[in-house]
Design a protein around this ligand. Structure first.
Ligand code: ADP
Ligand code: GN1
Ligand code: MG
Length: 361
């Protein structure tokens, strides 16, 4: 951690950083909670530049978005001292590092909320929906043309399928034979891939500035007051469909088990949690949705869950080089929970849609 302390002290902190520890459960970046001599926390992150190749563009996006949100909060008379902010280096740069050292950024630590990793109560899950819904509204009007694409084809599920097919064909780790049932399962549902993309291409579903990684642990929730505190993990903010944001929240939160639960009897898609999220999300953004978005909101959940499961399986076949893993077969376990959830959503699709339409009225 000596190196981490040295790096943290290159940033414009109020007093010396004296402690550092690994923090959080993100799959992509290396996150550290660092502490200064007065006991104040910060979040130092080593940016995963294999995933985000244009670190400079990425950091411009994040500074742009966080400053825009703070300006909107100021205009609304809200305090901004606990809002997510990028802390520059002592020489005024947005981040520090090189290909040799890796790239690092410092955020203020957002106090007063926690990342719920799994099994939120319906009340907590509804609060997360309000948080992501407000975030969506905040970014309404953000100059989308200034955003650099932080990662290409992120929710291009057709492209994701092609990538999956390639991994199947190449089978570099000789794992294919053991996952043929899973592979067949994704092939059988290939039709899902293009459904929303076609509607986006025809203009029936509008492009908005979206978060694109609205997993439950990417919003900090005050579980005592039942209030959203801040949306974090802004790496993937770019143009997209609101169905992606709604869908990924349902994927990650409307479930009775952890994303990597090995015992699939513990993993069920929960209609109760789904309803809680719909209520919170539609309450914030329902009046902004187009008819086509309304019609496809429930399907967005199936699409994002299918896509994420396929990404986990692709990574498993390719040798686990994208998502951080902690055990053998970890990505395969994650893939299987997503398959179970998709099956649950397919079985309850009419009820899901009825819930969406009920709250949209
Ligand atoms: P990853 O891209 O790897 O998911 P995140 O940016 O989501 O990285 O950070 C990982 C975890 O660290 C989050 O889930 C959250 O618990 C915590 N975290 C990140 N940024 C902050 C912050 N500014 N304040 C408090 N906690 C944070
Ligand atoms: C990653 O970064 P994190 O852990 O919040 C991934 C998401 C996946 C998610 C699955 C940039 O999210 O797309 O849905 O894992 N983020 C990136 O848990 O690929
Ligand atoms: Mg995250």
């Amino acid at each position: 951690m000596v190196e981490i302390l040295k790096i943290a002290n290159l940033f414009d902190v109020q007093s010396e950083i004296v402690e550092a520890e690994r923090y959080g459960c993100g799959h992509i970046n290396d996150t550290y909670r660092v502490t200064d001599a007065n006991g104040k926390y910060y979040i130092l992150q080593k940016i995963n530049n294999k995933v985000f190749k244009d670190v400079d563009g990425l950091m411009s996006n994040i500074v742009g978005v966080t400053e825009y949100i703070k300006e909107k909060m100021r205009l609304a008379g809200e305090p901004t001292d606990n809002a997510l902010s990028v802390i520059p280096t002592k020489d005024g740069k947005k981040y520090w590092g090189s290909d040799e050292t890796g790239y690092f950024r410092l955020y203020n630590f957002v106090y007063g909320g926690i990342s719920i990793e799994t099994r939120a109560t319906p009340e907590q899950f509804a609060v997360s929906a309000v948080g992501f819904g407000r975030f969506q509204k905040m970014l309404d009007g953000y100059p989308a043309e200034t955003l650099k694409d932080p990662i290409a084809n992120f929710h291009n599920t057709v492209w994701r399928f092609e990538n999956f097919e390639k991994a199947v064909k190449e089978d570099v780790e000789n794992r294919l034979a053991s996952v043929m049932d899973e592979v067949d399962w994704f092939y059988a549902r290939k039709k899902y891939c293009s459904a929303v993309l076609d509607l986006m291409a025809s203009g029936e579903i509008p492009m908005r500035v979206t978060h694109n990684d609205t997993k439950l642990n990417n919003v900090l929730v005050n579980v005592e007051k039942l209030e959203p505190v801040a949306v974090i993990d802004l790496d993937t903010v770019m143009k997209g469909s609101i169905l992606f944001d709604f869908g990924d929240s349902i994927r990650s939160g409307a479930t009775t088990g952890a994303e990597d639960e090995k015992d699939l009897t513990k993993v069920e898609f929960s209609l109760e949690l789904f309803e809680a999220y719909v209520k919170g999300f539609v309450g914030e953004v329902g009046d902004r949705l187009t008819e086509c978005e309304k019609e496809n909101l429930a399907f967005g959940a199936i699409l994002m869950t299918y896509e994420c499961g396929m990404r986990f399986l692709t990574d498993y076949l390719e040798g686990d080089h994208y998502f951080r893993t902690h055990r053998a077969g970890h990505n395969l376990d994650r893939c299987r929970t997503q398959m179970k959830l998709v099956e649950g959503m397919e079985a309850k699709f009419e009820e899901m849609d009825a819930i969406v339409q009920k709250y949209l009225k």
